[in-house]
Design a protein around this ligand. Structure first.
Ligand SMILES: Nc1nc2c(ncn2[C@@H]2O[C@H](COP(=O)(O)OP(=O)(O)OP(=O)(O)O)[C@@H](O)[C@H]2O)c(=O)[nH]1
Ligand SMILES: [Mg+2]
Length: 451
């Protein structure tokens, strides 16, 4: 039967602490698969996990305990060689019947048993280690199982790695297809290379592995689109936050209002972070956000004074010049309005109703003794920058990583990057009538997707 039509069984084997469980966490995108620890012998038993393709199980990975006594194991199996000349799997079988396989070498026996029952294996190597004789012994024994082995060089990001030494040692065993794959920071396209290399040593599984590569690529694209949408939605929600406060406020009251506004911002940001972590199958504590500096809120009735006034003066024919507009605050606008109320009503009747409704609402609030407090643009630029930084980190992060991503205060967008976002958010910030938040979120997402 062609393997491409059956469930593939792939074992992950190697010396203890080489990162076998970590490799599977990253491949399976499962942050909580098995136990990972810096102490040796963390995985004590074989642990399996299925992989599905369009709801059909196509593959099973088997995590195995670490090999610790490679040289003792080699010595045991060497003794059996004359009885089963040129038949490695028979030698291994015979060893598995021996008393050592139940006692001193029980951990090694579990690995060999699993390998005999698998179609192929990843042999994980901590390539910071020198090629010690015990590793060579271990490899010679594994090779006798008669199964395709694909060596995976882990810890390749370490400065002191010995990749070339290992490549040379592996070549002596006819293991020429070797993949460098740091499980914590996998290289761009690393998973594709890993699965394609597996297809080279296991040609009958090529179709399944190709389909898996494609499916994962589609999942990655979809996940990115969803993530970008989460960020866009957070920005429109936060731009839309406002607090209606009395015009006359003591310093303390204003400080309290700002605190509440900042709390709302932080809560919304936190929700986006948790959504992103979930989307990328990380755990809630996998990102640490440094508390953001939010120096000020902004008065939403005069913050966009210059643009607002320009629009207003154009719509009503008040003819406030750009210079006046740039310097004008809400009081000037209120003053102008009071004087020109008749003109404004006339303008409304003359088809400028939209404009009147928009500005009229704000002025009405002001006349009723209220103002609106909202989020300033520099806060929005920081929020956008932080989320995009997190997205970038999560996109390149292996699920074997155990430390958290730290998102700093200063991860804000540059002025150039933020300008189009600010432009898209303006109708929300200005509380313009008939603003369609859903449409703006979509446009924002499209822009962020290209960043
Ligand atoms: N920096 C870094 N750490 C890694 C990497 N791979 C594994 N580790 C760490 O190395 C230690 C051992 O990883 P495990 O995945 O438990 O190794 P294992 O081969 O399954 O170990 P046993 O089950 O004990 O045989 C853990 O502390 C991991 O976090 C890597 O690529 N980079
Ligand atoms: Mg393990």
């Amino acid at each position: 039967m062609s393997l491409s039509n059956a469930m593939l069984a792939i074992a992950v084997v190697g010396h203890t602490n080489a990162g076998k469980t970590s490799l599977l966490r990253t491949l399976l995108q499962s942050r909580d698969f098995g136990d990972v620890d810096q102490r040796p012998s963390t995985t004590r038993d074989v642990l399996e996990q299925g992989v599905w393709l369009n709801s059909t199980p196509v593959m099973k990975f088997f995590d195995t305990p670490g090999l610790e006594s490679g040289s003792d194991l080699y010595a045991e199996i060497e003794v059996l060689e004359p009885n089963f000349r040129h038949d490695g799997p028979a030698q291994i079988d015979a060893f598995l019947q021996s008393s050592q396989a139940q006692t001193t070498l029980a951990q090694e026996a579990k690995v060999l048993r699993q390998l005999l029952h698998s179609d192929a294996a990843f042999y994980v190597i901590d390539c910071r280690d020198p090629v010690l004789p015990k590793y060579q012994d271990e490899l010679h024994v594994l090779a006798r199982c008669g199964k395709p082995l694909l060596p995976v060089l882990n810890f390749t990001q370490a400065a002191n790695n010995r990749e070339s030494e290992w490549q040379a040692a592996l070549a002596k065993l006819n293991l020429h297809a070797v993949v460098a794959f740091d499980t914590v920071s996998p290289p761009e396209g690393g998973e594709r290379q890993l699965l394609q290399s597996l297809a080279v040593v296991l040609p009958s599984a090529k179709d399944t592995l190709e389909q898996l590569i494609q499916e994962h690529q589609q999942q990655r694209e979809k996940r990115r689109q969803q993530a970008v949408f989460i960020i866009a939605e957070m920005l429109t929600d936060i731009a839309n936050l406002r607090r209606r406060v009395p015009v006359e406020l003591s310093e303390q009251e204003l400080a309290n209002e700002l605190d509440s506004l900042r709390d709302q911002v932080r809560q919304r940001e936190h929700r986006a972070v948790q959504d992103l972590l979930t989307r990328f199958a990380f755990l809630p504590d996998d990102a640490v956000f440094e508390l953001m500096d939010m120096t000020s809120g902004q008065w939403h009735d005069d913050l966009f004074a210059s643009d607002t006034l320009k629009v207003w003066s154009k719509d009503t024919g008040f003819g406030l010049g750009a210079g006046a507009a740039a310097g004008a605050g809400v009081d000037l606008l209120v003053g102008g309005m009071s004087l020109g109320l008749g003109t404004a009503v006339g303008a409304a009747a003359g088809g400028l109703y939209q404009s009147w409704r928009h500005f009229g609402d704000k002025l009405k609030q002001r006349w009723q003794g209220h103002r609106q407090l909202g989020v300033d643009q520099s806060t929005l630029a920081t929020l956008a920058g932080r989320q995009l930084y997190l997205l970038e980190q999560l996109s390149h992060r292996g699920h074997a990583a155990t430390d958290a991503v730290t998102v700093a205060k200063e991860h804000r967008l540059s002025r150039e990057q933020f300008r189009p976002i600010a432009k898209l958010l303006t109708p929300i910030l200005e509380d313009q009538p008939d603003t369609n938040k859903a449409v703006i979120t979509k446009e924002l997402a499209a822009y962020i997707q290209e960043l």
